[in-house]
Design a protein around this ligand. Structure first.
Ligand code: ARG
Length: 565
């Protein structure tokens, strides 16, 4: 931040003997009450060093700071507060946004670097869970943030489409399945068959043997087994794709677990060659005592491979294929140990890049405080949940703006925006209470609130007598406090993008958008924006800049910004 930089430089000139510029920068804060200043430097640390009261120090230094960049420097108790020269700062920020438009905040730090974002990754023939929804929206946002920072991204849906469960499913289908029923309601039917298998196998354990046989056949390339598996997969994918299409989400690769079936033998061989594989209880494992982790199971006694084996092969394949700088795995926290094991084994193999694998965990969706599940007796399809939200959004809009032309389209943007924002406004590790009512209000911490603010700003611009906002001047203007708060917010957008990506935390953007929207709505309530006087063009430019940043901020979260709603 430029202003911060000037302030730190000034302070450093006087404090050189006691503190580095970096120390100073880290201490500078933004006063809680804007009327007290734009930046503040607390003198507590100095007080310890200089053995003087912080208030005394603040007073002394305040006198020495030059007014080049600041309109005012004051001591406020133990703080040194500065007020920025509003005009040059405002002019610079607004011009930059208007010139760059939606590329405001773009960065080159990711230039020539590739980031893998693996997200969503539902399991074939099983319901798309609430956890998969979280992974989907968090991963999509992280991918967009990475792109904004100049990284090339590869978005991968690592489908759960391989494993012993498919042997069981084939067995169940051959015994009790019905083609028509599966075609009509694939996930529900297949899941029923799978559940029935588990139930029946308690009474008839021989079923398990049958299941194992069918998985073996599948791994050996048996035509019939493969045909059924492929059919299950295609039917499930059709269902999943409905959800992705509603959410507006795309992937670059759909290489799931089955993609690695022919790539695991090499990994197992490498583990053997490096002397890492040991036999324990007839299975092949890598011991990870040094890491305080349970052994990683690589091959079962019957020769079958496991989830971990596929993940080892996956990581190595991705490194070889994409040469990633970082690989992000957006997967629920219950798999933390699994990913620690994967990283530890890769590390043991001598793959230093293992440290660039980041498991990005998240909390649960709750309903009335309890874990929310997509199946409670019967399968609730997530698609229906989203459709319901869209429906409710349409009812809201019809009440608020019955004349709106493309109501259905807007309702979809608002409903989907509501679902996504409801998730992303929370730090990802927090559990979220799933509430349709909360996510849809136009006046709360919601997606629709931010979208509505954006639409309101767009409507001002439509009504404006002038549309060329680029040529504004601030010469005879006073920048009022409402505008100034907006300008300062707009200014920190690029910084927030970097922070959100560095911490893998899209909630930083969501919270930022709420703050910006609140400041804008205060301005809207207090200032006569369209009044014909010398400040008009500037105010319109400010409104335009707000629409740009709100729209791009929402876009980074995977949310659209309708111009009318
Ligand atoms: N399909 C898994 C599940 O639903 C998630 C896959 C996570 N990714 C991975 N590389 N293991 O639990």
């Amino acid at each position: 931040m430029e202003l911060k930089n000037h302030f730190a430089n000034e302070l450093h000139q006087h404090l050189r003997e006691h503190m580095t510029k970096k120390d100073i920068e880290q201490l500078i804060e933004i006063p809680k009450k804007p009327e007290l200043g734009d930046l503040a430097f607390p003198c507590f640390t100095l007080a310890k060093i200089l053995k003087k009261s912080p208030a005394k120090i603040a007073e002394e230094i305040t006198f020495q700071i030059s007014n080049n960049y600041f309109s005012k420097v004051v001591a406020v108790g133990p703080y040194i507060n500065v007020f920025a020269e509003r005009k040059p700062f405002t002019s610079k920020v607004i011009h930059e946004i208007l010139n760059k438009n939606l590329s405001y905040g773009d960065d080159k730090i990711g230039h020539n670097k590739t980031i893998i974002v693996e997200f969503s990754s539902p399991n074939i023939a099983k319901p798309f869970s609430m956890g998969h929804l979280r992974s989907t929206v968090i991963g999509n946002a992280l991918g967009k943030l990475a792109q904004k920072l100049g990284y090339k991204t590869v978005k991968i849906n690592h489908l759960g489409d391989w494993g012993t469960q498919f042997g069981k499913l084939i067995t169940a289908y051959l015994l009790w399945g019905n083609e028509e029923k599966v075609k009509e309601n694939p996930i529900e039917e297949l899941f029923k068959l799978y559940t029935k298998f588990h139930h029946e196998s308690e009474t008839f354990p021989s079923l398990n043997e049958e299941g194992r046989k069918w998985f073996k056949k599948l791994e050996d390339g048996d035509i019939k087994a493969l045909e059924l598996w492929e059919w299950f997969k295609n039917e499930s994918l059709k269902e999943f794709k409905k959800i992705y299409s509603l959410l507006g989400i795309q992937f670059d690769s759909w290489a799931g677990e089955s993609f690695y079936t022919d790539k695991m033998e090499d990994v197992i061989q490498e583990l053997k060659d490096k002397g890492l594989l040991q036999t324990s209880d007839h299975a092949e494992v890598v011991f990870l005592e040094d890491y305080n982790l349970p052994p990683c199971l690589v091959k079962k006694s019957d020769g079958a491979t496991l989830y971990a084996t596929r993940d080892l092969a996956t990581a190595i394949y991705r490194k070889n294929t994409y040469n990633f700088t970082k690989a992000l795995y957006i997967v629920g926290h219950e798999q933390s140990v699994h990913f620690q094991q994967i990283k530890a084994v890769l590390n043991e193999m001598g793959h230093e890049w293992a440290q660039e694998i980041h498991h990005i965990p998240f909390g649960l969706y709750l309903q009335k405080g309890k874990k929310m599940s997509t199946r409670k007796g019967r399968v609730i399809l997530l698609e229906h949940v989203i459709e319901e939200v869209i429906q409710l959004a349409e009812e809201n809009i019809s009440k608020k703006n019955p004349e709106l032309q493309n109501k259905t389209e807007v309702a979809k943007m608002v409903g989907v925006g509501a679902v996504i924002f409801h998730d992303l406004k929370n730090f990802r590790m927090n559990n979220i209470e799933f509430s349709l009512k909360d996510m849809l209000t136009f006046e709360g911490d919601t997606g629709p609130y931010v979208q509505y603010t954006h639409a309101r700003a767009c409507s001002i611009l439509r009504k404006a007598p002038i549309h060329d906002t680029n040529k504004f001047t601030l010469e005879n203007l006073n920048i009022d406090d409402y505008s100034w708060e907006i300008v300062k917010q707009l200014y920190v957008f690029p910084e927030k993008i970097k922070q959100a990506f560095d911490r893998f935390d899209p909630s930083i953007i969501a919270k930022y958008l709420l703050t910006l929207a609140q400041h804008f709505n205060k301005f809207y309530g207090q200032v006569k924006i369209l009044e014909k006087n010398e400040g008009l063009v500037f105010r319109l430019a400010l409104v335009k800049a707000v629409t740009i940043v709100l729209k791009e901020g929402l876009n980074l979260l995977g949310i659209q910004a309708p111009e009318e709603m």
